[in-house]
Design a protein around this ligand. Structure first.
Ligand SMILES: Cc1cc2nc3c(=O)[nH]c(=O)nc-3n(C[C@H](O)[C@H](O)[C@H](O)COP(=O)(O)OP(=O)(O)OC[C@H]3O[C@@H](n4cnc5c(N)ncnc54)[C@H](O)[C@@H]3O)c2cc1C
Length: 463
């Protein structure tokens, strides 16, 4: 029998449309490996919510491999050491993996390539970031021209089904239980049962979304509706490929209706394009002046934001949704993030880390881009003086039902009152069983006051 080929899975936990799986399967018998590496990412090791997801996603991948006669080998440690060690243990002819663009992934790859034959494949994105170049040969930092240029490579190639595989005997490894990825006491993840991690779960989610995809442009901004695809956690761990999603939507929906969705998929690629150029984008503002802002150290305000007790129903609904199901609607992410960095003047990196720990879809590129965009500190950002007005946004995007779901103590308020309960007539509050300061907090900061403080802090350093 020929020497085995090692498939090294990372955030690409699928068998279908996976170029490294296909490449290894073509080359010979395979051994499938996943390494839990908490060392290489340092502070950016996988957060708690995503570990919950990882547990079930790996279990699903293991089942899919077992159904084909194989197994998933689990090892823990620095991948730069573990991958070559496993390759040596099985006498692998080569290691096959998809290319990822986090700074630590690049370091891992460079180290591993010195020790073994490392075959890296494109497949995590629509296009390799360095392949989308301006006429001058330079890289793009602004979305719109980048998106236009990307079109020269779109549509992406059609997705490929999972290949036929033969398996070499895998050595012994850890069990998924050894890794204790699930919360124990307390089990804060009971609300996560709305999700079905794994490749089959991702395909089912996509199929559900296709039913409403033609209304995406209208529905995506309305938190009270299920108008977006909710594919982000599946995409973050690569349980479905980006081109599977692209083609499914492009095939199902007329081009004009598909475009807004395909463009959002583009933002995911664009975020990796930025991360590829700015490896420390999670920690360093794209524009240096933002490092000089006198952010507040305000633990009580931070705790109120984290727990959904700011007194702004739309912010609180979002933060509680995040805590309960590990996901938050995109419109509300922008409002809640803006509230933290502008109204509360707390460092964007503090919010970014909270999201990192709480999101099942945590993604280094998307999360850092989202926070830097809201802060106004990124290379392609909303201007700093754009301060999302939570009450106006809440009413404009019709968030009443969303608030009722996530802030049930306000459920009996009328639509007219629910976005800003402190402005409601006392009689209306009484009738709805709301006592401000007791059943629901007063706003921890006024909109005008918070906005003015943020603009002053920025003005002091912007010159
Ligand atoms: C402060 C902040 C933090 C964020 N952190 C993350 C994160 O850690 N992980 C993450 O996947 N997204 C993040 N986003 C982007 C966006 O909110 C989510 O991708 C989206 O809400 C996921 O829901 P969906 O799958 O229903 O999206 P849909 O609207 O159905 O979009 C489809 C896919 O396109 C991609 N996408 C959509 N919007 C964006 C965007 N603005 N930037 C990059 N990719 C996008 C996602 O992969 C998403 O799954 C963040 C946004 C903000 C404002």
């Amino acid at each position: 029998m020929s020497a085995p080929h090692l498939i090294w899975f990372r955030n690409d936990l699928r068998l279908g449309d996976h170029a490294a799986v296909a490449g290894a399967a073509r080359a010979g018998p395979v051994v499938a490996l996943y390494v839990l590496d908490d060392e290489a990412p340092g502070d950016w090791r996988m957060g708690a919510a995503q570990r919950w997801w990882l547990h079930y996603s790996l279990a699903a991948l293991a089942r899919d491999l077992e159904a084909r006669g194989g197994a998933l080998l689990l090892r823990r440690g620095a991948a730069a050491t573990v991958v070559p060690a496993v390759a040596a243990e099985i006498g692998a002819a080569a290691v096959h993996t998809l290319t990822h663009y986090e700074a630590w992934a690049k370091v891992q790859d460079a180290a591993i390539a010195k020790a073994v034959t490392l075959k890296r494949y494109h497949g995590a994105l629509l296009a390799p970031p360095a392949s989308v170049l301006a006429g001058s040969g330079g890289r793009y930092r602004i979305f719109t021209p980048w998106w236009r240029k990307l079109q020269e490579q779109m549509p992406p190639a059609r997705p490929q089904p999972a290949p036929e595989m033969t398996f070499a005997k895998a050595p012994a490894g850890d069990t998924i239980q050894d890794w204790r990825l699930l919360p124990a006491k307390p089990d804060w993840a009971t609300g996560f049962d709305v999700w079905t991690p794994g490749e089959a779960g991702a395909a089912a989610r996509l199929a559900d979304f296709l039913e409403v995809a033609s209304d995406y442009d209208k529905g995506r901004n309305l938190p009270s509706q299920d108008g977006s695809s909710r594919l982000s956690p599946h995409l973050a761990l690569g349980e479905i490929s980006i081109r599977q999603v692209w083609h499914a939507v492009a095939d199902a929906v007329p081009a004009a209706q598909a475009e807004p969705y395909l463009r959002e998929l583009g933002w995911r690629d664009f975020a990796s394009n930025i991360l590829d150029q700015f490896p420390d984008h999670g920690d360093v503002p794209g524009r240096a002046v933002f490092d000089a802002i006198a952010f507040r150290d305000a633990p009580a305000d931070l705790a109120a934001w984290q727990r959904g007790r700011t007194g702004y129903p739309i912010v609180d609904a979002g933060m509680r949704q995040l805590w309960t199901i590990g996901w938050m609607h995109n419109r509300v992410r922008m409002i809640a993030a803006s509230f933290l960095v502008k109204h509360l003047l707390i460092d964007w990196r503090v919010g970014e880390r909270w999201f990192w720990d709480c999101l099942v879809d945590a993604d280094m590129g998307n999360n850092s881009l989202g926070w830097q965009w809201v802060m106004g500190s990124g290379v392609d950002s909303s201007p700093f003086n754009r301060v999302f007005a939570p009450v106006t946004q809440s009413a404009k995007f019709d968030a009443a039902a969303y608030i009722r779901e996530w802030v049930p103590e306000l459920a009996n308020l009328r639509d007219a009152d629910i976005h800003a309960p402190w402005e409601a007539e006392p009689m209306m509050l009484r009738a709805a069983g709301v006592t401000l300061g007791r059943t629901y907090p007063y706003p921890i900061v006024g909109h005008a006051e918070g906005r003015a403080r943020a603009l002053a802090a920025y003005g002091a350093v912007a010159g």
